[in-house]
Design a protein around this ligand. Structure first.
Ligand code: HEM
Length: 219
């Protein structure tokens, strides 16, 4: 099945399910990041690095931990639904692959010349594709390392594989840093190119029906 082969009315660029999962993920990430900063501050990883109370969810570590556990279910269930949907419908493959090195170079050149507006919203540029893949992998890694930190005895094999308990804490922290970096760039770009933001709210343009190919071309 492909993203635009629904055999009926042309589908939107971002079907309702994708939009709901995207915005649910944004809320879940907000809860996870800000409550994570609340837990971190009780047991710092980088000496001297603290997060101000104003950006923490929860007045101290225990309420922050409760928020983190609540947000975890939303993040994991919603993320799993997004992945399954993306794999089963072929959306992930069609939107995020292939990535050609020539396209990467062209996108970097365009960005350096501040040409970030893309005329065709239905095609992600190569850098967008890489960033989305990186953040999806980082999200999966956060759920796995979070599980290992929560249940280090039950997942002792996994903890050992990733270098021990402190190493897993570091990996969880680095994953958060990657996601925060992504979100900053992602939100700034969606404000600079508001058509993309409107598309993620309204569904965006309808996709052209797939071209009918002769049977001998369908191998
Ligand atoms: C308020 C915060 C956010 C805003 C304003 C926002 C905005 C957008 C927009 C406008 C698009 C469509 C881009 C395009 O068509 O060119 C998009 C797609 C996407 N966003 Fe966000 N986003 C936010 C939060 C997040 C977060 C927290 C994540 C993950 C950590 C995320 C991950 C993604 C991914 C993976 C896609 C591609 C979805 C797909 O096509 O299947 N976004 N976002």
């Amino acid at each position: 099945m492909s993203i635009d082969s629904n055999d009926g009315a042309p589908r939107r660029l971002h079907p309702l399910g994708v939009r709901l999962m995207h915005w649910t993920n944004a809320i879940a990430m907000f809860v996870m990041i800000t409550s994570g900063w609340g837990i971190y501050d009780d047991y710092v990883i980088i000496p001297g690095l603290h997060f101000a109370q104003a950006v923490r969810l929860g007045s101290w570590a225990v309420p922050s931990l409760l928020w983190h556990f609540a947000g975890m279910w939303l993040l994991a269930v919603n993320g799993l639904a997004y992945l399954l949907y993306g794999i089963i419908t072929g959306r992930l493959r069609e939107r995020l692959l292939p990535i050609r090195s020539s396209e990467v170079l062209q996108t970097v050149r365009d960005t350096l010349h501040f040409r970030i507006e893309h005329d065709d919203l239905t095609v992600y540029n190569a850098v967008q594709k890489i960033l989305y893949i990186v953040v999806i992998v980082a999200g999966i890694s956060q759920v796995v390392t979070g599980l290992f930190i929560w249940k280090p005895v039950q997942f002792s094999g996994g903890v050992a594989l990733l270098g021990g308990f402190q190493a897993v804490r570091w990996e969880h922290f680095l994953g958060m840093t990657v996601i925060v970096g992504f979100v900053v760039v992602h939100v700034v770009l969606s404000i600079l190119v508001p058509r993309t933001l409107w598309a993620m709210l309204s569904g965006g343009p309808r996709l052209a029906p797939p071209a009918v190919r002769p049977p001998e071309a369908r191998t």
